[in-house]
Ligand binder design. Structure first.
Ligand code: DAK
Length: 259
């Protein structure tokens, strides 16, 4: 059992759920929470197939980095805090397994950035997204100027980053920030159903799909296409490729071993 104070960890059938658990502070990310999140990611069981990240309570996913902790930071401390946030989010983003952000309420500042480090976002109709940092005299510090632009395009990202305005779940869906919006009471049911659907598939093929799309995001088209060819070729060295195609031909369900 974990001894974390600011996060909860649950695990069922290969799906790990990490819940940021500071509901009284709308799950704001202080240094201790970020440190625990990093430790939890590093301690994930290699058998894990999928990670879901969400927030405790019915109000917030994460309402941002903890303002009370940031208020008196020096420039050096501010940069160090931003480094920690970047490090944790990079670890989350580079996990081999799919990561789904189940956004149940406010996802502001560092909270929106945390959700953006997941592979995709499923939002409750109560979700609110925004990058209000400029209203506090700072810029986004945990990757918002980068990942938000990549997800929704430079111009839309700049509007959110310059105005600091919050948008509702349906607008987040419209601009491609959230993949789906569901009724508040059905968020985790829907996320579990998506997780189950993903887990019907060959684990290695899923993780290689993730790796290829991530490589593609960061590369020129030609290099990304070459990478995809290599990844595709690699699949043919796996048991699961033989099993998946044989099962199709045999008209039966495949039985995966994950390699
Ligand atoms: N930090 C700390 N406490 C927070 C918080 C936050 N981000 N958000 C909410 N809380 C706390 C409130 O202070 C309050 O605590 P108590 O007064 O009860 O002790 C409690 O959570 C409940 O909040 P409210 O009473 O305000 O609840 P309301 O429903 O009235 O309003 C709200 C909900 C989400 C609209 C409001 O709480 C709000 O505006 N919160 C702040 C949202 C925000 O501005 N988020 C962005 C944070 S800045 C960088 C590194 C990092 C960053 C930037 C730069 N570098 C070093 C370059 C990251 C920045 C951010 O994420």
């Amino acid at each position: 059992m974990s001894t974390y104070e600011n996060i909860l960890i649950g695990s069922k059938d290969g799906v790990v759920r990490i819940t940021i658990n500071r509901a009284e502070k709308l799950n704001a990310l202080n240094r201790a929470t970020l440190t625990e999140l990093e430790a939890a990611i590093l301690a994930l069981d290699p058998e894990v197939r999928l990670l879901v990240i969400t927030g405790a309570g019915d109000k917030a996913f994460v309402a941002g980095a903890d303002i009370s902790e940031m208020a008196d930071l020096t420039a050096e401390q501010g940069a160090s805090f931003a480094r920690l946030g970047h490090e944790v989010l990079a670890r989350l983003e580079s996990l081999e397994v799919p990561v789904i952000a189940a956004v149940n309420g406010y996802a502001l500042g560092g909270g929106c950035e945390l959700a953006l480090a997941a592979d995709f976002i499923i939002a409750s109709e109560k979700a609110r997204f925004g990058q209000p940092e400029v209203s506090l005299g700072v810029t986004a510090g945990f990757g918002g100027t980068v990942r938000l632009s990549r997800r929704i395009g430079d111009a839309r990202a700049r509007q959110l980053l310059f105005t600091g305005e919050m948008i509702k779940a349906d607008e987040a869906y419209r601009i491609g920030l959230a993949n789906e919006v569901v009724a508040a009471g059905e968020l985790m049911t829907r996320v579990d159903a998506i997780a189950a659907k993903i887990m019907e598939n060959a684990p290695r093929a899923v993780s290689l799909s993730k790796r290829a799309t991530r490589f593609g995001e960061e590369s020129e088209l030609e290099a990304a296409c070459v990478f995809e060819q290599q990844v595709f070729g690699l699949c043919f060295a796996t048991h699961d490729q033989k099993e998946g195609m044989r099962a199709f031909l045999d008209k039966r369900k495949p039985s995966w071993i994950g390699r």
